[in-house]
Write a protein that binds this ligand. Structure first.
Ligand SMILES: [Mg+2]
Length: 373
């Protein structure tokens, strides 16, 4: 097996700020999000593509991904049998979920291509068109910008508003000026530090009448008894995100939350996400597949798991201006494979086939920044 990987800067259309990156006076946030694309190719030329979009909330970032990938002996990886490949990767070190996730996705892409099936069918899940709708996220901002962003997102039927700033009330009011009826979700990203503060905010939000649920109201490090206290009293369903990394967290989350947000970059790829989503459903929770700021590689990988979810929040590729890949589409928020050029595997394709040859370098060589596709 040959392995290549390439660092790439995804450019955000709007500066992206959430509660955990909010600085004094509304400063903070980012305009660039670094990812790494991974390509595996077996001796017959079968290709597998993956992506790592590491969040510094969970790991050390891009350098950590690159150092893990440099350790990998690609000859130990195979599209024929994924378990030994993943055991080998786990043996290289604990953590590194983004790098392992990229390789897990590339391996599944190749394995599904060998079976002549899309990944969702290879996994036995299938995919129903015109059923799965993603929310579109509005980051923390000033009310004027919120109005503009909500207007720009008119075609998306469900929005997700990031909260946890001193301007939450003005921001929600600004959203409602432009989209008075639209169902929305909110995400506090661990902003409310006590159970009483969280309950107060959730009671205020419930007054809106069209909020489906609130993500991660309190820090993941909160005492489970405080989270369970909140679950008992909250007027809005609450969903674990930062509290739920993998299937190992599902049992505790079931006591503290009504739902979980599973992400490929927390679970170490598709295999771990399937395990977490199935475990969450078995425990009676609602499920969502979510994302980081990502290209269409990871978003499309997540879309293959839609049948295991009640909600989708896979809009990372909609928030960037230089997505180098084509994959599942989200016209009007509806996730679809109908216009996807690749019929099998992950169903992603480089926007510029020449870019593959021009910019992806072998693992032995230094990675370079490439120009936008
Ligand atoms: Mg979240």
């Amino acid at each position: 097996m040959q392995m290549k990987f390439q660092e790439f800067d995804l450019k955000l259309t709007h500066r992206w700020t959430i509660a955990s990156s909010l600085g004094p006076g509304g400063a903070g946030g980012t305009e660039i999000f670094k990812v790494v694309f991974v390509e595996l190719r077996d001796k017959n030329g079968v290709l597998g593509i993956g992506e790592a979009a590491p969040s510094t909330r969970y790991e050390r970032g891009i350098e950590s991904v690159l150092s893990f990938l440099r350790q990998v002996d690609a000859d130990r990886l195979s599209f024929d049998d994924l378990s030994p490949s993943m055991e080998y990767l786990d043996g290289l070190g604990s953590g590194h979920f983004a790098a392992k996730g990229a390789l897990n996705i590339a391996l599944l892409d190749g394995a599904a291509r060998l079976s002549n099936k899309p990944v969702c069918d290879y996994l036995g899940l299938g995919f129903t068109e015109r059923k799965h709708v993603t929310s579109f996220s509005i980051g923390i901002d000033h009310p004027d910008s919120i109005r503009r962003k909500v207007a720009e997102a008119e075609s998306y039927p469900v929005l997700k508003l990031k909260v946890g700033s001193p301007q939450d009330r003005q921001n929600l009011a600004a959203l409602r000026e432009i989209a008075p009826q639209k169902p929305i979700r909110v995400d506090a990203n661990e902003a409310w530090k006590t159970k009483e503060e969280a309950l107060g905010q959730l009671e205020w939000l419930a007054g809106d009448g069209a909020i489906q649920f609130a993500e991660q109201p309190m820090p993941a490090t909160s005492a489970p008894r405080d989270l369970a206290w909140l679950k008992e009293r909250t007027p809005l369903p609450i969903m674990a995100d930062e509290s739920c990394l993998s299937a190992n967290d599902i049992e505790l989350c079931a006591d503290c939350y009504h739902a979980v947000n599973v992400k490929l970059m927390k679970t170490g790829g598709i295999s771990g996400a399937v395990e977490a989503l199935k475990a969450a459903r078995t425990s009676g929770m609602k499920t969502m597949i979510g994302c980081m700021i990502e290209s269409s590689v990871l978003i499309t990988a997540a879309a293959h798991l839609a049948e295991l979810t009640d909600y989708l929040d896979i809009d990372g590729n909609l928030l960037i201006s230089n997505d180098p890949f084509l994959g599942a589409t989200a016209e009007g928020g509806i996730i679809s494979f109908a216009k996807t050029p690749e019929p099998i595997g992950l169903r992603v394709q480089s926007r510029d086939p020449l870019a593959d040859r021009r910019s992806i370098h072998h693992s032995e060589t230094a990675t370079i920044q490439v120009e936008n596709c």
